[in-house]
Design a protein around this ligand. Structure first.
Ligand code: UGA
Length: 404
């Protein structure tokens, strides 16, 4: 957008890696963009906050806010970042909260800082795997401000985008973030419940979701049934919103059900496999997909990893493949599973194939070859991405969520 950006982190190794052009996670096109902007001199990195914050007109805080053990938010990284910023931020700067934080945080930060520093809330709606596209073409930009200076700095920052800016109180902006993620998660749990019913009554969730989503009031997106949502955002944000509602005397029963449905959806899927195979002890299960969704190497709260672990607990031998998430999965499930070099290698002598992440390339595999290599013929598609391939005609017993 034409601004100069200095990234500050206390993790010196991360800063060194970024300086040499290494992005520490997979995000399509991000490496190219940061290398290009670094070469142009508009993007730099430092672990020295005094250097990074000097002359900054706007300082974004974008540290992680993971869940705490009670379902609330662990704010320790956030508050230590605020303390760091408070030492070096220039008089007249605007501190912008980008991290997802509990409602009331903006006001608490303002109380901590001198009046000369404005504080704004600017929640992010980027999706992993599509972050650059979402950044340049957002559906909307939300800003919680309590003074004119923050408003004009934010207007200038985003003057290059076509998206509408919504200015509101900091509390409202903080709530928009949670309300948006929780609504999307609710859509997923809702369609998964409809899919479970569809299976019982002989309906096909693909037709149902398509037709339901055509109603503009409902919308087509986030109606893909399957093994449910994961990732570093939905599970923690939905729990945090439920927790905050409780703290404020609101019994948000809908959210408790959204969480419950999501957990049960994974268990239900594994139970389906067990009821078909009889027992998992000694069975060979191939799993395609480990990331919490396609387009990322992130396995945090991944339904795929959960299913791998559940299969292992039931005594199965598990062989896995993911186009991007193998290294992260190795750190998580390590020596207890076999890691295949390709999707086809993973299915050798498998009794059943499980598809756990919606990578489009899984639908492009040679299923005659899959059949040759497998010992059994069962495919459990937790993301319904193979559902159009007529795999039953190829001699497979295909199961998709909510598909008869
Ligand atoms: C989510 C939100 O979509 C972003 O707007 C938000 O900025 C971000 O969280 C955040 O709070 O930082 P992300 O975690 O990248 O983004 O993932 P999504 O693309 O939303 O997918 C979440 C999960 O839902 C995945 O496990 C995916 O497989 C699942 N999903 C998605 C479904 O099961 N069905 C669907 O129809 C859509």
């Amino acid at each position: 957008m034409g601004h100069s950006v200095v990234c500050v982190d206390i993790d010196e190794n991360k800063i060194l890696a970024l300086k040499s052009g290494t992005v520490p996670f997979f995000e399509p096109h991000l490496s190219e963009l940061v290398v290009q902007e670094q070469a142009r001199g508009r993007l730099s990195y430092t672990s020295d906050a005094s250097e990074g914050l000097c002359k900054a007109e706007a300082v974004f805080i974008a540290v992680g806010t993971p869940p705490d053990e009670f379902g609330g938010v662990n704010m320790s990284a956030f508050w230590s970042a605020v303390d760091g910023v408070a030492q070096f931020i220039e008089y007249d700067s605007v501190l912008i909260i980008k991290s997802t934080v509990p409602i009331g945080t903006n006001s608490a930060v303002r109380e901590k800082l001198p009046n000369s520093i404005s504080v704004a809330s600017n929640p992010e709606f980027l999706r992993e795997g599509r972050a650059i596209k979402d950044f340049f073409h957002p559906d909307r930009i939300v800003a919680g401000v309590s003074d004119e200076r923050s408003k004009s700095v934010i207007e200038n920052l985003y003057s290059q985008t076509q998206a509408q800016l919504f200015f509101m109180s900091p509390e409202s902006a903080e709530l928009v973030k949670y309300a948006s993620n929780a609504f999307l998660a609710t859509k997923i749990s809702y369609i998964n419940e409809i899919a479970n019913l569809a299976e019982r009554v002989g309906a096909d969730i693909r037709d149902v979701a398509l037709a339901v989503g055509e109603d503009k009031r409902i919308g087509k997106d986030f109606l893909n049934a399957g093994i449910g949502y994961g990732g570093s955002c939905f599970p923690k944000d939905i729990s945090a919103l439920h927790y905050m509602a409780g703290e404020n005397g609101c019994d948000f029963t809908l959210l408790a059900s959204v969480i419950d449905v999501n957990n049960k959806q994974r268990e239900r899927f594994v139970q389906k496999i067990i009821s078909d195979l009889g027992v998992l002890e000694g069975r060979n299960i191939a799993v395609w997909g480990l990331a919490f969704k396609n387009g990322t190497d992130d396995i945090r709260e991944s339904a795929a990893i959960d299913i791998v672990v559940k299969c292992l607990e039931h005594g199965a031998n598990v062989c896995v493949f993911d186009p991007k998430a193998m290294e992260n999965a190795y750190r998580s499930v390590g020596s207890s599973v076999a890691f295949a070099k390709t999707a086809l290698d993973a299915v050798v002598r498998a009794d059943a194939l499980v598809v756990a992440t919606e990578w489009p390339e899984f639908a492009l595999q040679d299923f005659d070859e899959v059949k040759n290599r497998m010992r059994g013929n069962k495919i459990y598609d937790g993301r319904n991405i193979l559902s159009n391939l007529k795999l039953n005609d190829k001699g497979f017993e295909y199961y998709g969520v909510g598909i008869k």
